[in-house]
Design a protein around this ligand. Structure first.
Ligand SMILES: [Zn+2]
Length: 233
């Protein structure tokens, strides 16, 4: 059972790991999560957060193990409106926009799986120098500007595998990207090659998507007011 954190509780998450390198990763992720929360507005929609957490629970066993629980929060007006922001330590910030833009639960799960895959593959982290016998601590290299192609490709591949294994339609990843990122047809074509047919009938969590989207829409704060250009000279 993975944790789902209320945004208000994020700063007091204790560490479960007894492994020092995982603890360091969790501390790093928490600091980065605090920075995200300073720049975004949390969406207070517990039912939608629980829904996203249930999908994460379904997907996680089909991704490489991280040693961390996934901690899913929903934020408005983030700087990545179409893709959840994934941080070391399992923090996943789902943009409200993804609820609004996804056509169905499969598309939503596809982008959630893609973000979780970044965490699972430890993208943006690099092993620090250490003697071979010692587990190598990971050093965070910072956010990936615009998404590094190799990381994105690996996250897509891991997501498609996890989606199929968890009973989602893996083709939803390319459907979503083709629609919301029409300039990025190369990405969608690549994913199409990897996507199979749905392997199972959708399970009940899928049917709750519309209710979760309605909860997010109802809780969405107004967009930040921008100062009119006439103020500047
Ligand atoms: Zn990505």
């Amino acid at each position: 059972m993975f944790w789902r954190f209320a945004v208000s509780a994020i700063l007091s998450v204790p560490f479960l790991s007894a492994q020092p390198h995982l603890e360091k990763e969790a501390v790093l992720g928490q600091a980065l999560a605090e920075a995200v929360l300073r720049k975004t507005v949390p969406v207070d929609a517990a039912s939608a957060r629980d829904y996203a957490g249930r999908l994460a629970d379904r997907l996680a066993p089909h991704l490489p193990p991280t040693g961390h629980p996934y901690r899913v929060a929903i934020v408005a007006h983030g700087d990545t409106p179409y893709e959840p922001k994934a941080l070391p330590g399992g923090f996943v910030f789902v943009p409200a926009q993804l609820f609004l833009e996804a056509a169905d639960a499969h598309e939503f799960a596809a982008m959630l799986a893609h973000a979780m895959a970044h965490v699972a593959a430890r993208h943006g982290m690099s092993p620090a120098p250490a003697p071979d016998a010692v587990p190598k601590p990971m050093v965070y290299l910072g956010e990936i500007p615009g998404g590094m192609e190799a990381y994105e490709r690996e996250a897509d591949l891991l997501a498609v595998i996890a989606l199929s294994a968890a009973g989602f339609d893996a083709g939803a990843l390319s459907r979503y990207l083709e629609r919301v990122r029409p300039d990025d047809a190369r990405v969608a074509r690549r994913i199409n090659l990897l996507s199979g047919r749905p392997t199972r009938r959708p399970e009940p969590a899928v049917d709750d998507f519309v209710a979760a989207r309605d909860a997010v829409r109802a809780a969405l704060p107004p967009p930040p007011v921008r100062q009119p250009p006439s103020l500047y000279r």
